[in-house]
Ligand binder design. Structure first.
Ligand code: FAD
Length: 469
């Protein structure tokens, strides 16, 4: 008889597991019976592409890579607009809001994240105020920013999604304000000196930043639509005009189903798993229930502390682990990806034409974890100065002061950021030291690279060495 796998969640996590299992379903004796349950109407959507749709690069519809029917035609029980209301772990079943009960041999929890709205915002109940979590949010934001008479925008949050929203508004000609805490932008990945470069770039695009410990105290509206945001910190208040508001601060984990079923969540609020992503209940891990994606807690590859990663790049690795472990369980084959490695969260983002990337820990995150650091920084062109397109790139390398191993990398520039983030990810993972990095040979062609790459200068600066070439 076919083995039944029920996947809750149709984001990147759930879809990736489903696709991997479907591709190998005929290798399982008796076959695989796949069910995917999700709230949205859509099939497989690239949410990471949504901020660029708001910038007008393409239509939001283009981010739907496959419609639900595509998967239904392949024999997957792909159910949209479906709410799961309960997990019955003892009976190996899930209960839908409709009352329908679905039995499973394997359950995959890919319930993702949920954005948080400050109480001051929800209480106001005004139109024109959105979180930015999926394609439905993107459609609402797009409709509002393009509506007649909309001239001002307000964004709460200085992470990638907040800044990309602000860029879309500014490009549309809306007077845009971003509220974030001190001291600079993208604090989970960039030290303030690097974050300030992003800030200066965006200020030139007309975006105003308020980076202070202030919160939204209330919203004002006319005819049920937002018109302004009032911010303060117990003292003086400021009213900022806002015809459209995006709240992009503090993504939470969506773990209600798991928690109600007694599955353990950790200090970061994510679901606790073992290294093959089985969930934990009581003292043990449940071999038939996996969790992955934005809803789980991961172990940081540098600090070895629990954290949330909430990146598609992290999720896709976890999906391989889950699918391979289910398949190896059913086929007896050894798993190709038998365990999930501690997480370095490599990230690259286009923020209004400036690229920001990071991997590993920031100086501040290292200090919080009790790791003393030395760092080096270099700003160099990406190719010989006489070549067209020779743009500057600033990179900062953070090393453990004791072992001299690389533990963090940060980049801000107009090109080559993503490739370098990936390169630094490998360097951190293999434990590369400043000395090895400094002595490494780098390829050279004046149209593509410099004779002495910035990583060499940054590694030397961290080592306290200056070489004149
Ligand atoms: C605008 C935006 C841009 C991004 N850009 C990038 C990027 O450039 N690079 C990158 O690496 N990451 C990026 N991310 C993060 C990345 O998209 C997420 O890490 C990834 O999508 C996580 O996928 P997920 O499937 O775990 O969660 P989600 O996408 O949150 O999916 C959760 C799914 O679970 C379903 N669900 C939850 N509870 C229930 C229930 N009770 N019943 C039925 N269904 C349920 C939901 O309906 C949904 O389908 C971006 C995120 C956003 C929002």
């Amino acid at each position: 008889m076919a083995k039944k796998v029920v996947i809750i969640g149709g984001g990147i996590a759930g879809i990736s597991v489903m696709r991997s299992l479907h591709a190998r379903k005929d290798d399982v004796g008796g076959g695989l019976d796949l069910t995917l349950l999700k709230r949205e109407k859509s099939g497989w959507v690239s949410v990471c592409g949504l901020p660029f749709a708001l910038r007008g690069w393409y239509e939001i519809e283009k981010t739907e890579i496959n419609k639900p029917q595509f998967f239904i035609d392949q024999g997957v029980d792909f159910r949209t607009e479906t709410e799961v209301s309960k997990l019955n772990l003892d009976e190996s079943s899930v209960v839908l809001k409709t009352g329908e009960v679905l039995k499973y041999d394997y359950l995959v929890l890919a319930t993702g994240r949920k954005p948080s709205m400050p109480a001051s915002v929800t209480e106001a109940g005004l139109e024109g105020v959105y979180t930015f979590n999926n394609e439905d949010d993107a459609r609402k934001i797009e409709a509002t920013m393009n509506a007649e008479g909309v001239k001002t925008a307000f964004v709460r949050g200085r992470g990638i999604i907040g800044l990309q929203s602000a860029v879309a508004f500014a490009l549309k000609g809306l007077k845009t304000t971003v509220l974030g805490g001190p001291s600079s932008l993208l604090p989970s990945g960039l030290d303030p000196d690097m974050g300030d470069m992003v800030k200066e770039w965006l200020e030139k695009q007309g975006i105003r930043f308020i980076l202070e410990r202030k919160e939204i105290t209330r919203l004002n509206g006319v005819d049920g639509r937002v018109k302004s945001v009032v911010i303060g910190n117990g003292g003086a208040e400021e009213e900022i005009p806002a015809d459209v508001v995006v709240i992009a601060k503090g993504m939470n984990t969506s773990t209600e189903l798991a928690v109600a079923a007694g599955i353990e969540t950790g200090e970061s609020s994510g679901i606790v798993t073992d290294s093959v992503l089985h969930v934990k209940k009581g003292r043990g891990y449940i071999k038939s229930v996996f969790a992955l994606g934005d809803c789980i807690e991961v172990i940081d590859g540098v600090t070895h502390r629990p954290k949330l990663s909430q990146m598609a790049s992290t999720t896709v690795v976890q999906a391989k682990v889950v699918a391979n472990n289910i398949l190896s369980d059913l086929t007896g084959e050894p798993a190709l990806y038998s365990s999930y490695e501690p997480c370095l969260s490599p990230t690259a983002a286009d923020i209004g034409g400036l690229l920001a990337g990071h991997v590993g820990v920031t100086s501040e995150a290292a200090a919080r974890a009790g790791i003393k650091t030395v760092s080096g920084k270099a700003t160099k062109l990406i190719k010989a100065r006489y070549f067209p397109g020779a743009k500057p790139l600033t990179l900062k390398l953070i090393f453990d002061a004791y072992t001299k191993k690389l533990i963090g990398g940060q980049l801000v520039g107009e090109a080559t950021v993503a490739e370098r983030v990936n390169e630094l990810e490998v360097a951190i993972r293999v434990g590369m030291t400043a000395e090895v990095m400094r002595n490494s040979e780098r390829c050279y062609d004046p149209s593509l690279a410099l004779l002495v790459d910035g990583t060499i200068d940054a590694a030397e600066e961290a080592m306290g060495i200056t070489t004149v070439y």
